[in-house]
Design a protein around this ligand. Sequence first.
Ligand code: THU
Length: 148
Amino acid sequence: MPSTRPSKKSLRPKFTQQARQTLVAAGKRARQYAYAPYSKYLVGAALFASTGEIYTGCNVENAAYSSTICAERVALVKAVSEGVRSFEAVVVVTDNGGFPCGACRQMLYEFSPLMLVLVVDSDGNIKSELPLAELLPNGFGPQQLTSS
Ligand code: THU
């Protein structure tokens, strides 16, 4: 008898054009909360999880400069700390369309190496859209730690 339960695949939300726009708007909104009194470089990030939920973050700087955390990692730890570990895309919003730093690429790679990375400027223009694995070639991930 055919199952009436939808397959796991069909439950996976598609990163549609509408989701893209929603994610860009969420990243722009998150950027408004950036706490960057030292660099004055405001960053917003928004992750589109495979659950369909969106997790946002902004950079949070600190007088002890190295304690600063980037917007992408704020969004990521918010999601992971709520049990969400799979992502379709991340949007990073800066004034000039800057790319995510190496540490953020590495942290994101752990969970979803194939996620799309959308680099967006403060007007909402998408400057680049690439799979994370292309921004972190030969990335080091959990599979490297499994016995060969
Ligand atoms: N920053 C991010 O939030 N994400 C990045 O990927 C690059 C850098 C922040 C950290 C710091 O608050 C400011 O931008 C300047 O480096």
